[in-house]
Design a protein around this ligand. Structure first.
Ligand SMILES: *[C@@H]1O[C@H](CO)[C@@H](O)[C@H](O)[C@H]1NC(C)=O
Ligand SMILES: *[C@@H]1O[C@H](CO)[C@@H](O)[C@H](O)[C@H]1NC(C)=O
Ligand SMILES: *[C@@H]1O[C@H](CO)[C@@H](O)[C@H](O)[C@H]1NC(C)=O
Length: 260
C-alpha cells in the first residue's frame, strides 16, 4: 500500500513538472537595459518571457501556458520550450527539428532534410547548399529522377540545360531537348549527347556521322555520312553528297502518272 502511494506521488511529481515547466535559458538580442520580454520575439499567446535584463539568460516563464501553439514561434521560444525541436519553421507556426536554424542560417549548408523541414513541404537544397529550391527531385541525390531544364537551372542557380538523356545538366548554348529555332552546332551536339555527335548540315539535328558535317576538315565524304548529314543529298557522287537522281526520276514518274 505504502509502495503504491509512493508511486502515485512520484507519478504526480513527474507529471506536474512535465506540464509546469519553466523554459530553458536562451539568448535574445536587444539594447542594454532592455528586459527579455521586450528583447525576445513575442512568444505564442499564453506564454511570456522572463523580465530579466540579462539577455543571455532569458526564459519562458511557463511553457505549459502555450501548449498547442500554431503561431509566433521563434528560435528563442523553441529552444526555450521544446528542446527536441529547437528551431522555428519559416512560417513561424511550429518548432522543428532541423539541423540548423531555418531563419538564421549563417554559413551552415542546407540539406534536403532541412529544406523540407523548414518549409513544411518538399523542397531540396541547391547544389551550392546555400538555398532551397522546388525541383522535381533532389539536386544532390538525384536517383532515377530525370533532369529537365527547369531543375538544372534551379539546382545550379545558373543557366544549364538537361542533357538529351536527362542524366545530367550541361552547359549547352540552348536547350538540348526543346531546341526551338536555335541551330545545332558540333559543340552542342557533343555537349548535349555526351558523345561524339555532329550537327547535321542544315543544323536542325544532331547526327552520328563519322566527322563534322559542317567543318569537314580533311575527312572525305562517305555515302553513310551523306545520308546522315544531308538526307536530301544522300548520294556520294565524286566525293560530294548529291541528290539521289533515281528518287527524283521516280518522283517525276509518279507525278506524271498522277497528272495524266
Ligand atoms: C503574436 O505576436 C504578436 C506580436 O508580435 C501579438 O500581437 C500576437 O497576439 C501574437 N499572436 C499569438 C497567437 O500569440
Ligand atoms: C525568470 O523568472 C523565473 C520566475 O518566473 C525565475 O525563477 C527565474 O530565475 C528567472 N530567470 C532569470 C534568468 O531571471
Ligand atoms: C520539369 O519538370 C517539372 C515537373 O514535372 C515541370 O513542372 C516543369 O515544367 C518541367 N520543365 C520543363 C522545361 O519541361
Amino acid at each position: 500500500m505504502k509502495f503504491k502511494i509512493a508511486i502515485c506521488i512520484i507519478y504526480f511529481i513527474v507529471t506536474e513538472s512535465a506540464l509546469a515547466a519553466q523554459g530553458s535559458q536562451v539568448s535574445c538580442v536587444g539594447n542594454s537595459g532592455q528586459a527579455c520580454n521586450a528583447a525576445c520575439p513575442s512568444p505564442p499567446g499564453g506564454c511570456t518571457w522572463n523580465t530579466s535584463t540579462t539577455l543571455t539568460s532569458c526564459q519562458i516563464n511557463e511553457c505549459s501556458y502555450c501548449p498547442s501553439f500554431t503561431s509566433n514561434t521563434s528560435d528563442q521560444f523553441c529552444s526555450s520550450c521544446t528542446a527536441a525541436t529547437p528551431f522555428t519553421n519559416f512560417q513561424n507556426t511550429a518548432c522543428v527539428a532541423s539541423k540548423y536554424s531555418c531563419i538564421n542560417r549563417q554559413s551552415n549548408p542546407w540539406s534536403d532534410f532541412d529544406c523540407s523541414t523548414c518549409y513544411g513541404k518538399t523542397m531540396y537544397a541547391n547544389i551550392a547548399a546555400n538555398s532551397c529550391v522546388s525541383s522535381t527531385g533532389s539536386c544532390t541525390s538525384r536517383g532515377n529522377t530525370p533532369w529537365n531544364d527547369t531543375d538544372c537551372q534551379a539546382c545550379n542557380g545558373k543557366t544549364l540545360y538537361s542533357s538529351t538523356s536527362g542524366n545530367t545538366c550541361v552547359a549547352s548554348v540552348a536547350s538540348c531537348v526543346q531546341r526551338g529555332s536555335t541551330p545545332w552546332t558540333d559543340v552542342d551536339c557533343n555537349t548535349c549527347n555526351g558523345k561524339a555527335m555532329y550537327a547535321s548540315s542544315d543544323q536542325t539535328s544532331c547526327v552520328a556521322s563519322s566527322a563534322s558535317c559542317i567543318s569537314r576538315g580533311g575527312a572525305t565524304w562517305t555515302s553513310d555520312d551523306c545520308k546522315l548529314c544531308s538526307p536530301k543529298t544522300p548520294k556520294l557522287v565524286s566525293g560530294q553528297c548529291a541528290a539521289n537522281s533515281n528518287i527524283i526520276m521516280i518522283s517525276i514518274l509518279i507525278f506524271i502518272s498522277l497528272v495524266f
